[in-house]
Write a protein that binds this ligand. Structure first.
Ligand code: ADP
Ligand code: MG
Length: 325
């Protein structure tokens, strides 16, 4: 196990270094992600207007090693493929129609978060493709991708920058009033009032210390502000206490309505009303269908439903807390 974790720690450290180097106040909008291997093509294709569909086609993916990442930052791309990383996704096919809701369920470590991270192109696939309305995400301009896809994860990733800049990341022309409104809807109104420099308070690495729940609510505020056409919620309310959870949940349901969405390990009520539920195990989609179809099929989902979801009172529990595996 120790051997397994060492490369991941190294990678995490490499990413922090890269981030510190790249993300200064002026450059925050230029950086799509921390991975220097992700590059914007010089002649990007436009993303069609209107609701967006999302598809993964036979996607294979392994996390790049720390060595690969640091070499890429030195532009020594030729050396990159010497040591293949361990494959995490082994040919994933998924489709979310425009305006539809896809729920991903499955055991911890199955690959759900990895799938979610490929849609905003935090990493590039090793083979296959991720498309938005039929356009490969590698062909899109960073600004279009960033504006179209909003992600709330468990960790609530923030840039070392002011609150205002962190929120404007996905909507550069947002007014201060819009930002304050988004903070209030994410239940951060009180925190905001207590901050030393208001919207200019610097958060993120070495910045003003926020709790896990506050960080998560800041990324939720970012989502509420930007109203992206594709919403990805990866255990989006994992760090919230039950009181703010139910308030934030309302705002999230609103943010989801009419949007294309991928939701991971959310409430039973969300999973159940998903247009499609996909069960992910060991880097593969092993089963998909509606709640009724999958219960009737009596397969993996039916077991998950019985063992995990069944502990939640039905229909709409006051507290989330489910980890579908
Ligand atoms: P889930 O979200 O379903 O719990 P993940 O997508 O987080 O699963 O993880 C899938 C696999 O990828 C696991 O084996 C996990 O250890 C590995 N993994 C996740 N994140 C990283 C990372 N940043 N670097 C290397 N391996 C990772
Ligand atoms: Mg996960």
């Amino acid at each position: 196990l120790t051997r397994l974790y060492t490369p991941m720690t190294a990678l995490a450290n490499a990413r922090v270094d890269v981030m510190t180097a790249l993300v200064s106040f002026e450059r925050v909008f230029e950086v799509l992600d921390l991975d220097p291997m992700i590059r914007e093509r010089p002649d990007p294709l436009p993303l069609p207007d209107g609701p967006v569909s999302v598809a993964l086609r036979d996607v294979r993916f392994g996390y790049p090693s720390a060595e690969q990442v640091s070499l890429a930052s030195l532009e020594e791309v030729a050396v990159l493929d010497q040591r293949p990383s361990e494959e995490v996704l082994h040919g994933v096919d998924l489709e979310v129609g425009a305006g539809q809701l896809l729920a991903l369920v499955g055991s911890s470590g199955a690959g759900k978060s990895t799938i979610a991270s490929l849609v905003p192109r935090l990493y590039d696939v090793d083979s296959g493709a991720v498309t938005l309305s039929g356009v490969d995400v590698r062909d899109l301009a960073f600004a279009d991708l960033r504006g179209a896809v909003g992600v709330v994860t468990q960790d609530g990733h923030l840039f070392h920058s002011s609150i205002a800049e962190n929120l404007r990341y996905a909507k550069p022309d947002a007014t201060d009033a819009e930002i304050v409104e988004a903070l209030r809807r994410a239940r951060l109104g009180e925190l905001f009032e207590s901050l030393p420099d208001g919207l200019d308070t610097v958060v993120g690495e070495r910045g003003y210390r926020l709790s896990g729940g506050e960080r998560q609510r800041l990324t939720i505020a970012r989502l509420l502000l930007a109203r992206p056409r594709v919403v990805i919620l990866d255990e989006a309310t994992a760090h919230l206490d039950s009181e703010s959870e139910s308030a934030v949940q309302e705002a999230l349901v609103e943010a989801l309505s009419g949007r294309t969405a991928i939701v991971i390990a959310h409430r039973l009520s969300t999973v159940r009303r998903a247009d499609t539920i996909a069960v992910v195990e060991h880097g593969r989609v092993v089963e998909s269908g509606t709640h009724e179809e999958l219960i009737a099929a009596g397969g993996r989902y039916a077991v998950l439903h019985r063992t995990q979801f069944a502990q939640q009172p039905d229909p709409d529990p006051p507290h989330d807390g489910i980890e579908c595996g």
